[in-house]
Design a protein around this ligand. Sequence first.
Ligand code: NOJ
Ligand code: CA
Length: 545
Amino acid sequence: MIPQKDWVRDLVIYQIYPRSFFDSNGDGVGDLPGVIAKLDYLSQLGVNALWLSPFFASPNDDNGYDISDYRAILPEFGTMADCDELIRQCHARGMKFILDLVVNHSSDEHEWFRKSVKREAPYTDYYYWRDPVDGHAPNNWASCFGGSAWEFNEERGQYYLHYFSKKQPDLNWSCPALKAEIHELIRWWKARGVDGLRIDAISYLDKPADFPDAEGAPMPDGYVFPSLLTGRPGTHAYLHELNEKLFTPLNLMTVGEVSLRCDAELADYVSDERAEFDMAIPFLPPIAEYGQHVPTMLRDRLKTRYDVVPGGWWAQFMSNHDKPRQVSFFGNDGEFREVCAKALALVNHLSPGTPFVYQGEELGMTSIHLSSIDQYDDIGTHNDYRQRLLAGDSPEAAFKFAADLSRDNARTPMQWNASANAGFTTGTPWLKVNPNYVDINAEAQTSDPLSVFHFYRRLIALRGAHPALKNGDLQMLDGGNADVIAFSRTAGGETLTLAANLSDAPHAAPQGLTGEILLQSHERESGFDGVTLRPWEAVLFAAKG
Ligand code: NOJ
Ligand code: CA
C-alpha cells in the first residue's frame, strides 16, 4: 500500500500531560514554559514528535478535555506566545507538534453552549437538544462518567446530550455552521504551525436522529452504554470529508482516538481506501484489560489487528493519561520493575505502527497508591467508586477497584530528580507526587547508561537504522509458553526477532532464535544464555538474509 504521508511513519510520538510535566513558576501546575524547559531532555531521548494533552481554556471538569475556548490557552498553562514559542522550539529541534483536538464535545462554559441555551442564531443547534419524554430524559443512555447522558437545562427547557460529563455537551456535527467552525479551527491551528492532530473520542460524532434506547446490560446506576453510537456511517462521512478538505491538503498527520466494538472496525478508520486517519488509537477502558493474562492479551491483539488492518499500521502504546502505569498494570512494579519496563518497551516498539511513549514511561514510572478516595482527582475514579458501591461492593473493595484503575496513576507529576516534589514544582503539586521519586527519576537515569531511560533512547535510535521496524512484515512465532511472546519483522533483507518472557517465572526460550543481539532487557546481569528466558527477559535479534 502507498502511505498517504510517508513522513508520518518515521515518528516516535511522546505524549505530554502538561499539568503534570514540569511547573516553571511554582504554582504546582505544569505549564507550557515548563515543556519548553525540558525539550532538550526529550531531544536526548530521541523522540521526534510531541503530542500535548489539551492546554486550551477549560474549567477542568475533565482536566482540559472540556474546552471553553479552542483559540485560547488556559492561563495556568501560559499564553499564546508561550504556545507559539513551544511550536517554534520543537521545530528547531526537528520535532513535530501534535495538538489534541477535542471536538466531539465542548465545555458547557463555551460561548457556543451559552448562546445555544438562549437559542441564539447560529448556535441554536450546535448541540443535541431534545424535549423531555414523559417528563424524563429522551432515552436510557449512560454517560461515560456516570448517570444519564442527558441533562435538563431549565433555561432552554430541554435536555442536552453529554456522552461524557454533564459539563461536556456533545457538539452537533449535523449542524452545517458547527461543522464549518471546526474546519476553520483546524486551519487556524495549522497556520500557527501544528503538524498533526490527535483527535479525541472521534468515533461518536454522528448520532442516530431518533435516539433509540440502548440495549444491553445496565450499569449499576441503571443506565445503558449506547454501543450503537460507535463508528456510525455518518461519522465516517465526517472523517472522510475532514481528510479530503483538510488533513491531506494541509499535510496534517492525524491519529484518531476511536472506540471499537471489535478490532475489525479499526480498518474503517485507517485503511487507505477510507482516507480518514493516518493511524488510530484504539480506546479500551482499563476495565477491559483488568485481570487479563497480559501476554495472551497482547499477542492476540497484535495478531488480530495486523490481520484486519491492511498494511498493519496503528498507534502502538501501552500507557497514556487514561490508563494506569504499564509496569504496574501489565507487569511488575516491584522486584522486576526495571527489566519489566524494558521488556514491555521492546514489545511496543517492535510492533508494527507508530510507537507512542507516555511521559515517565521512559523512566519506568509506576502507579501510585493513595489511601482514600478523596485523594483522587480523576472524575472517572469517583464514578467507578460510586458504581461499585451501587453494585453492592464494600467500601474497601470499591476503593481498591477504583484505585487500581484510576487515571490518576498516570497523572502524578513527572519525576525529574530526588529533590522535594521530584523537582516537578517548587510549590505544592496539584496531585500527589509518587513517593518513589527518590529512586525513580530522570536525573538518576540520564546519568546511568543501563537505566530504563537509556534503554528507550537506544530503542528509539534503532528505528532509523533498521527499516524492518518501519516497513517490516509481522510474523507471529511460537513462544513455547503462554507467557512468552515472540514475533519477527522482516524488510530489506533483515529479520528482527523479539522473544519476550512477560512473567515473573523463568521459561524455556523459544527454539531457533538466531542473529546478533541488538538489545536485551537484562543489561545489568550476564547476557541471554540461549536456553532460558529469565523473568521479564526480552531479547531482540537481528539476522541478515
Ligand atoms: C478521551 C480522553 O483521552 C479522556 O481523557 C477524556 O476523558 C475523554 N476522551 C473525553 O474527552
Ligand atoms: Ca505552573
